[in-house]
Design a protein around this ligand. Structure first.
Ligand SMILES: COCC(O)(O)CCCCCNCCCN
Ligand SMILES: [Zn+2]
Length: 677
């Protein structure tokens, strides 16, 4: 299924008609520049073009009051003076004779997107709209917004398409207070927003934008605010919040639909956000949401005022929605102190509402908690001083960042290495040609992995595996012999443990992340850091052997979905981002007990690393899950993990303690302010 793109140049036909410093950044070129970038890069041609439509009164009244709508309806006929007068009643927004028309088109575009996705016409999509929406309230315009496009879309999805749970992810750098107010007592809509806050000193300067606004009444826990109390946040800060807050909660919420308030003023270069995250981060943020709700994701443009980073970020988002392999995120640093402070505060208030966070931020004793809070106050004071001085420096420097690297484009194929008698699943290309392996390698394979040295078929399979690895390593160009641009693959091998051993022959030139699901003993060489092995099993392994072998024990085995998801988001993904491998080797040990849905989710998530170069190894007699494996490798969204809706008491405490122990070596595992320094 495809990706919808909604755009109409009509929405560029309104602008600021008078002087207002607060509004001058919201210009029509924001929309045209974004669309032109999609055209120039060939991405728009790959999308399903869906026309916008005007939202009806009834649809607008799903969120807004009659009196507000009646007022806005009068603006097309107003004189310039009347428009100024009308505007004065609201903050940081402007009206124009054509803005009502555009506001109906913007809201209608979001509804068209919801229809296209909920009816299965497309898998996901993006609407490029103006005016944006997330600040507008029931009876008030605010922050360049007239109608709350995404809030209307959420109510519409519930009413027209019977969606029971809708997740709204707001990665715009401003707090979408309009969305928060709309759903704060509604447990069927989970609103997540991060935003520049600076301890309430940043617009819209609301006390209720802080982390302790968790929703009200039956909506308690369904509002998640992550305040950024400093500018300059980077990719690692954003990814930490996704891994340690948003994703665990989102998976437990198990939405039927994901709506994104896709504002790109959170990207580097933006005058409003003053953050340092690069445009390619949105490829990863989008990807990390794409296995929720069976892939049903609607992104609706909100803010973004640096036309260069806006256009680049929009392209990164759309290219990921289309399913292209992700860019590698270079040199992540550890989350900064201020981000860790926010992370710790959010997790500590939200853990009483989300069982998956139940063990979050568990401090040893109360005194530790007060220590941390006094430390936070000291930290805040220090920031105050620093903020005053830094203010002027910052405004001078112009941010520069590298153009995002060209990403792999189709045809990137999924290949399979199978025993001759095994059927090749639809969509996968069978690798049959295997280059002649030198006698040395053959003998090494034989005596490493073949009980029966005469097993020609086994050697043939291994040699094909070797070919597959070679293809992935040198994948930048389609191979001359097969024309294949080898993206990922699956191999059924006679002896999985030996195959992993085989791999350590070849990982000399780049890092391999080895994810083992199941309990078999593996022999690998990890001391040199060329391999990071994370083994998830039900076995209580003896202490980990050094930094590069991390045994994760799930007391209730790999069939425990809550524990598995906690291990994936709390440990595996942060480790993967920090380790930044060139290849991911996912090994499914026989008898692991992992469920097919969880297995597909795992493959889907791991494809975010190493430009999608994932090699799945399974034992020949484990071929039953070849179907789900092939589906995930081909990029089909994984089915929702319904079990998370009624989580059983888990042993997340053990995982939390393990994470705290490992964070000395792995900084992306941090979720609290380091009490040490
Ligand atoms: C949903 O609209 C997208 C948005 O969140 O980016 C709107 C931001 C309004 C920012 C208003 N203050 C501007 C002060 C000038 N420095
Ligand atoms: Zn914004």
């Amino acid at each position: 299924m495809g990706t919808a793109l909604i755009y109409d140049e009509e929405m560029t036909k309104y602008k600021l008609l008078w002087v207002d410093p607060a509004c001058k950044i919201e210009v029509p070129e924001r929309l045209s520049v974004s669309y032109e970038a999609l055209v120039r890069t060939g991405l728009s041609d790959r999308c399903v073009s869906v026309p916008p439509r005007e939202a009806s009164d009834a649809e607008i009244l799903l969120v807004h009051s009659e009196e507000y709508l009646e007022g806005v309806k009068k603006t097309p006929h107003m004189t310039l003076e009347d428009l100024k007068e009308f505007t004065l009643q609201y903050g940081d927004v402007y009206f124009h004779p054509n803005i009502y028309h555009c506001a109906k088109l913007a809201a209608g575009s979001a509804l068209q997107l919801v229809d296209s996705v909920m009816t299965g016409k497309v898998r996901n999509g993006m609407a490029l709209v103006r005016p944006p929406g997330h600040h507008s309230m029931r009876s008030a315009a605010s922050g360049f917004c007239v109608f709350n496009n995404v809030a209307i879309a959420a109510r519409y999805a519930k009413q027209k398409h019977g969606a029971e749970r809708v997740l709204i992810v707001d990665w715009d750098i401003h707090h979408g207070q309009g969305v928060q107010y709309c759903f704060e007592d509604d447990p069927s809509v989970l609103y997540f927003s991060w935003h520049r806050y600076e301890r309430q000193k940043f617009w819209p300067n609301l006390r209720e934008s802080d982390y302790d606004s968790v929703g009200k009444g039956s909506g308690a826990g369904f509002n998640v605010n992550v305040p950024w109390n400093e500018v300059g946040m980077e990719n690692s800060d954003y990814l930490s919040v996704f891994c340690h807050v948003l994703l665990p909660v989102a998976y437990e919420f198990c939405p039927d639909l994901v709506l994104v308030c896709a504002g790109f003023d959170s990207a580097i270069g933006d005058p409003e956000g003053e953050m340092c995250a690069t445009p390619d981060i949105f490829a990863h943020l989008t990807h990390l949401l794409m296995n929720l709700a069976g892939g049903k994701l609607c992104a609706v443009l909100e803010g973004g005022y640096n036309l260069t980073s806006l256009a680049q970020s929009v392209c990164q988002t759309v290219q990921t929605l289309l399913g292209d392999p992700l860019p590698q995120l270079a040199n992540l640093r550890s989350p900064c102190e201020s981000a860790l402070e926010s992370l710790q505060c959010v997790r500590s208030v939200q853990r009483r509402y989300w069982s998956i966070l139940k063990h979050a931020g568990k401090t040893a004793t109360d005194s530790a908690t007060t220590d941390v809070s006094t430390k936070l106050i000291k930290l805040a004071k220090a920031e105050e001083e620093k903020a005053e001085t830094a203010e002027d420096e910052r405004s001078q420097e112009e941010k520069v960042w590298p153009e995002p690297a060209e990403r792999l484009r189709p045809p990137v194929c999924s290949v399979s290495v199978l025993p001759d008698d095994a059927a090749c699943p639809d969509g996968l290309k069978r690798l049959v040609s295997s280059k002649d392996l030198g006698p040395l390698l053959v003998s090494r394979i034989r005596n490493r992995s073949m009980e029966d040295a005469g097993d020609a078929d086994g050697v043939a399979t291994f040699s094909r595996l070797y070919t597959l690895i070679e293809k992935m390593r040198t994948n930048e160009v389609p191979s001359p012999s097969t024309g294949l641009l080898c993206g990922n693959g699956v191999a059924l091998v006679p002896d999985v443990a030996a195959a992993v051993d085989l791999n350590c022959f070849h990982s000399s030139s780049f890092r391999v992340l080895v994810v083992c699901v199941g309990k078999e003993e593996l022999n690998y060489a990890t001391a040199d850091g060329k391999m990071l092995v994370v083994q998830i099993s039900g076995e209580d392994k003896e202490e980990q052997k050094g930094k590069y072998y991390i045994p994760v024990c799930l007391k209730k085995g790999c069939g425990d979905t809550v524990g598995f998801i906690q291990a994936v988001f709390g440990l595996l993904l942060p480790l993967g981002y920090e380790y930044d491998p060139g290849l991911v080797l996912l090994v499914r040990m026989p008898g692991s007990g992992v469920g097919d849905c969880m297995w597909q989710q795992l493959i889907g998530l791991l494809k975010g690393f190493a430009k999608g170069h994932t090699l799945v190894l399974m034992q020949t007699n484990d071929g039953a899950c070849m179907g789900p494996t092939a589906s995930a490798l081909l990029g089909h969204p994984a089915p929702p993990l319904q079990e998370l809706l009624t989580p059983l008491p888990d042993d997340g405490g053990a995982l939390e303690r393990m994470r705290e122990r490992l964070q000395a070596d792995w900084k992306m595992l941090q979720t609290t302010v380091s009490s040490g320094n």
